[in-house]
Design a protein. Structure first.
Length: 161
């Protein structure tokens, strides 16, 4: 039997719909937090919104499937036996964070964007100058100083000659 239409038939059932995940609210033993630093090995420094700083560990189901970055808002599960550690169980995107703010689930004072320490006008690490540019600038300065000194030499008292 020859395929007259061409292409693969398994691609027919593919749907191009965008599914939004349902917003997950905190329950007993859970709290919202914001990531402050990435330590490596799926460990993060968190500012938990109950006022404490804790180390958060990414749960096994999220490893290599969900990416977590600095300044992200996450849902953590608090540990009864270790108060300094917690488990990250969910990550919120920007739209979900705005929705949580509007519903007053999280404080309004948190920042979503990372603050930039450097102003673009003040600091430019990629400002490259060639050595030929510096040599040209030096030559111009020497010419200007030599021309000004030659003008001084031109002013000679004629009576002394």
């Amino acid at each position: 039997m020859v395929n007259k239409k061409g292409g693969k038939k398994h691609k027919r059932g593919k749907k191009n719909t965008l599914e939004t995940k349902k917003l997950r609210y905190k329950e007993d033993g859970q709290e919202y937090a914001q990531i402050k630093a990435c330590k490596g090995n799926c460990r993060f420094d968190l500012n938990v919104f109950d006022g404490k700083k804790r180390m958060g560990i990414l749960c096994g189901t999220m490893r290599k499937r969900r990416f977590v970055n600095q300044q992200d808002v996450v849902l953590v599960s608090l540990r009864d036996f270790e108060d300094a550690k917690c488990d990250i169980i969910d990550v919120y995107d920007d739209n979900q964070v705005r929705q949580l703010k509007s519903e007053k689930e999280i404080p309004v004072s948190i920042k979503l964007e990372e603050d930039n320490e450097y102003n673009a006008d003040e600091y430019n690490p990629f400002d490259i100058k060639d050595s030929s540019d510096e040599e040209e600038d030096d030559d111009k300065k020497k010419k200007n100083t030599s021309s000004s000194s030659s003008e001084e030499d031109v002013v000679v008292n004629v009576d002394e000659i």
